[in-house]
Design a protein around this ligand. Structure first.
Ligand code: FPP
Length: 266
């Protein structure tokens, strides 16, 4: 849309939004500490271009790399990307196998680079059910990058939120049986230690691309107070500018965690 075609009010809002997007500065304390993303729309992006769905996944991978770099640049400490859900096994066999190969090849390619950028790579999900050579690579990558502290990149692969909660319950019950824990004394913090994200803060911001407005079994426990941001942009089109727009929107949110705004006691 041409700026000249906007009403004065529309122009004011457009300029204000642009200014807000541009004010995202590295290290800004109002930035989220943890961003989680449901990367959706690869297939539709490809279809619009008459390309196979797999081309959309390749383009999506490139964007994941760019957003990771942007998080490093901005000083965001945790980025979680939902790459493959426990439900995604229902996709056509050739797409699942393409994705498994893409995860393997890209991990092989980018780990050294990410390691040099002091990125710790962790995996959320049931990695032992993945193809054995991918499971082995995942374990090696986790070990190799374990000491890095600049950004923690969580890749959720074969991840399901309900499944994660069930396995946390199983872990906690086992511990209770072994150590004679009283059920009434169990706290949220104790429970959270059995989740894949043990030791990490909850996401402050959850972004979902492609216009869908669902959580789709993603981080069900961790997102209790997370700010949600939905955009119609398809994931392969969601570059650093779109990411900064989401961060600007987050900065304008008022987070109260069930309380009331500072200074509004009456
Ligand atoms: C959603 O698009 C995307 C996925 C199922 C996951 C694949 C994601 C990537 C390859 C990107 C990055 C990967 C890593 C490891 C960081 P969709 O296929 O559901 O799209 P559609 O809803 O338009 O069909």
């Amino acid at each position: 849309m041409k700026l000249s075609s906007l009403s004065p009010k529309g122009l004011f809002h457009r300029v204000r939004r642009r200014a807000a997007v541009q004010t995202i500065q590295p290290g800004d304390p109002r930035l989220p500490q943890h961003v989680a993303i449901i990367m959706d729309g690869n297939g539709r992006w490809a279809r619009k271009r008459n390309l196979p769905r797999t081309a959309g996944h390749e383009a999506g991978l490139q964007i994941a790399r760019e957003i990771t770099q942007e998080c490093v640049r901005l000083g965001i400490k945790y980025l979680t990307l939902y790459a493959f859900s426990t439900e995604n096994w229902k996709r056509p066999k050739h797409e699942v196998s393409f994705l498994m190969n893409l995860f393997y090849d890209s991990l092989q390619k980018v780990t050294t680079e990410l390691h040099d950028e002091e990125v710790r790579i962790r995996f959320l999900g049931h990695i032992d059910q993945l193809p054995p050579k991918l499971t082995a690579l995942i374990k090696q990558v986790e070990r190799q990058t374990a000491g890095n502290q600049r950004l923690t990149l969580n890749l959720a692969i074969n991840y399901g939120g309900r499944h994660e909660i069930i396995q946390a319950v199983q872990g906690l019950v086992k511990k209770a049986q072994e150590q004679g824990l009283e059920p009434d004394t169990i706290t949220e913090e104790q429970f959270a230690r059995f989740l894949f994200t043990a030791g990490q803060p909850a996401p402050d911001l959850l972004i979902r691309t492609s216009g869908e407005q669902r959580i789709s079994n993603f981080m069900l426990w961790q997102t209790a107070y997370t700010e949600l941001y939905f955009t119609s942009t398809l994931w392969p089109d969601f570059g650093p500018d779109s990411f900064r727009a989401a961060l600007s929107a987050y900065k304008r949110r008022s987070r109260r965690f069930g309380g009331i705004k500072e200074g509004r006691r009456k």
